[in-house]
Design a binder for this molecule. Structure first.
Ligand code: SAH
Length: 360
């Protein structure tokens, strides 16, 4: 399979374009702008899978578009359902690359009664270049960046399969979103836009391993997206060992950048902290984490390590988790435990892979 360092040079179809790009393209083909609006509505709201279904577009236009701007819908090559109700999809893209996406249904009972949620965890790259030691995606390297429409089609696939509206999205699948910043931001804007998926910015969460330049740029975006940072250790030597590709973005600079982010965005950040037995869960690690959080507006999500193939590591003991939650809360740092969903179908955090595995 070919690898594409720069996807913009590859002649993909409509998935390469955001809404502005679709408007420009339709204009240069000589059609009035309401045709672009109709096209966007068919693809992203009515979720059709071919130009033939766009019945209010002239037949000649449909033929031309199918030729010059193919509508590539990813194929569901595998679908697994977890006992907790979440579903994992292996999607095959137009060039044969595969990515994984997870749909996670949940019930919330709050002050205003019961509400149903459907969250999609979507991928932003085919593979990932970051090589974090605990993550299955990182072990496989980067194949290419995903295009904006390829990110939205993951969400549409889940919407179709559950026959329900997606209420929340998290960019926590394969890939490092801030290393594909331009395509990724285009996708978020399309997910958020009324003429797109209409998902409120507060229901859109982005997770990054801490790409400094990306955090800075993200703090200047006007939408109120939520940012989560994969911290995993507040001790430089340990973080360097488990997240080797983050070495050139040291914790001191990360902290400065998060302060700057808060000044610009006025939004609290979440830290994801993977709890790995004997690696980053000693009292020394806890003290370093509390010190690192001083002066930052943060919320901490502790995540017990999910199992991946060939890993020597185990999740921390439950009493260690309880001790950390109590200590962090006592230090005034709001802390919750994240229960990963879908681990029985290898659909939980860190378990997503590039390639379809053989199933027993
Ligand atoms: N590249 C981005 C987003 C993808 S990973 C990032 O690094 O944040 C989403 C989350 O799953 C990250 O916090 C990641 O560190 C975590 N994760 C990776 N491997 C894991 C594992 N084996 N168990 C639990 N969480 C894991």
């Amino acid at each position: 399979m070919a690898t594409y360092e720069d996807t913009t040079t590859h002649p993909f179809g409509i998935e390469a374009l955001d809404f502005e790009g679709i408007h420009d393209r339709i204009r240069t083909l000589g059609y009035p702008s309401f045709r672009a609006k109709q096209l966007i509505q068919w693809v992203y709201q009515k979720q059709v899978e071919s130009y033939d279904q766009m019945t209010n577009l002239p037949a000649k236009m449909r033929e031309e578009l199918a030729r010059v701007l193919p509508l590539d819908i990813p194929q569901v090559s595998d679908r697994q359902v977890s006992k907790d109700g979440s579903r994992k999809y292996v999607l095959t893209l137009a060039d044969g690359c595969q990515v994984e996406t997870v749909g996670i249904p949940s019930h919330d009972s709050g002050a205003d009664g019961e509400s149903r949620r459907l969250t999609v965890c979507f991928s932003t790259q085919v593979g990932c270049p970051m090589q974090c030691a605990f993550c299955a995606t990182g072990h496989e390297g980067l194949t290419r960046n995903l295009l904006p429409g390829e990110m939205l089609q993951q969400i549409l696939t889940v919407q179709r399969d559950f026959n329900a509206r997606v209420s929340n999205v998290v960019a926590m699948g394969q890939g490092e979103p801030f290393l594909n910043y331009d395509n990724f931001i285009k996708a978020l804007k399309m997910i958020n836009a009324k003429e797109g998926l209409g998902i409120g910015a507060r229901h859109i969460t982005v997770s990054s391993c801490g790409i400094l330049d990306g955090i800075r740029r993200f703090g200047l975006e006007e939408e109120q997206y939520t940012l989560a940072i994969s911290l995993h250790s507040a001790r430089q030597d340990i973080r360097d060992a488990i997240m080797p590709r983050c070495k050139n973005m040291p914790l001191t600079l990360l902290k400065d950048t998060l302060r700057e982010y808060y000044r610009n965005a006025k939004r609290r950040v979440s830290f994801e902290y993977l709890m790995i037995d004997g690696v980053n869960d000693a009292d020394e690690d806890l003290i370093a984490l509390i010190r690192f959080c001083k002066g930052l507006h943060v919320h901490i999500n502790l995540i017990p390590l999910n199992d991946i193939d060939d890993s020597p590591w185990k999740p921390s003991a439950s009493r260690t988790l309880a001790h950390w939650i109590d200590s962090l809360n006592a230090a005034g740092i709001e802390t919750t435990l994240r229960n990963s969903r879908g681990s029985d179908i290898a659909g939980a955090c860190g378990q997503l892979k590039n390639k379809q595995r053989s199933r027993i």
